[in-house]
Design a protein around this ligand. Sequence first.
Ligand SMILES: CC(C)(COP(=O)(O)OP(=O)(O)OC[C@H]1O[C@@H](n2cnc3c(N)ncnc32)[C@H](O)[C@@H]1O)[C@@H](O)C(=O)NCCC(=O)NCCS
Ligand SMILES: Nc1ncnc2c1ncn2[C@@H]1O[C@H](COP(=O)(O)OP(=O)(O)OP(=O)(O)O)[C@@H](O)[C@H]1O
Length: 197
Amino acid sequence: MVILGLTGSIGMGKSTAAGMFRYLGVPVHDADASVHRLMAPGGAAFNPIISTFPDVLKNGRIDRQILGTIVFADSDALKRLEAILHPLVRKEENRFLKHNRLAQRLLVVLDIPLLFETAGEKRCDHVSVVSAPQFIQRQRVMARSGMTDAKFSAILAKQMPDREKRRKADFIIPTGLGRAVTFATIRTIVDQLENRT
Ligand SMILES: CC(C)(COP(=O)(O)OP(=O)(O)OC[C@H]1O[C@@H](n2cnc3c(N)ncnc32)[C@H](O)[C@@H]1O)[C@@H](O)C(=O)NCCC(=O)NCCS
Ligand SMILES: Nc1ncnc2c1ncn2[C@@H]1O[C@H](COP(=O)(O)OP(=O)(O)OP(=O)(O)O)[C@@H](O)[C@H]1O
């Protein structure tokens, strides 16, 4: 089974690319979705996060926007949050890999926002990076509710720069040239990796 990592900086189009891999029948493990599940009431990270960051509890749920404002302005707080979440995400990822190995899948994708930042490339056979020009990235991110220039800059400062990600990638998936180009690139990657014996 070939493991392809999928990553990219904020707003570069990772989720859209992941959807295209799925459309082509490739199982995708979405680390972000895993974080959402773990943080929901009843999820394994819910209680540890509430104990560490009591202010984020709103109407019985974790308010992600408040949590984001806290951790993106304070790197120690972000480290504490990551220490809770990353091992749990890793457990879910291992379950996904085991399941797909047993099902004898040829190719699976690990969609991990912080793949290089957490040395996740070591667990992948190849890595693909979604990338678009900076002005497009900024337009996409600033269109989101609750986003400010300061928050965007703080998040970018915590991520490996796009050009460095591109340098490390085996495959670059352009997302600023229209969806058709993105899809054609992904189809070529899937064909290439699934035909490998
Ligand atoms: C802080 C949280 C609650 C904010 O949630 P919110 O819904 O407001 O934003 P979202 O998750 O979409 O993140 C916004 C952007 O921040 C970036 N980002 C998220 N976590 C991190 C991090 N630990 N370090 C650097 N950038 C990050 C992502 O690229 C994303 O595009 C959430 O990002 C989170 O739980 N982060 C920690 C878990 C983590 O490390 N996730 C990423 C890899 S699994
Ligand atoms: N290939 C593409 N072509 C055109 N527009 C795209 C493409 N990919 C994504 N977009 C647009 O860019 C925005 C961000 O896309 P998406 O949610 O996939 O990014 P992301 O990288 O998963 O974001 P984040 O990491 O910040 O959660 C969306 O508005 C989406 O419509």
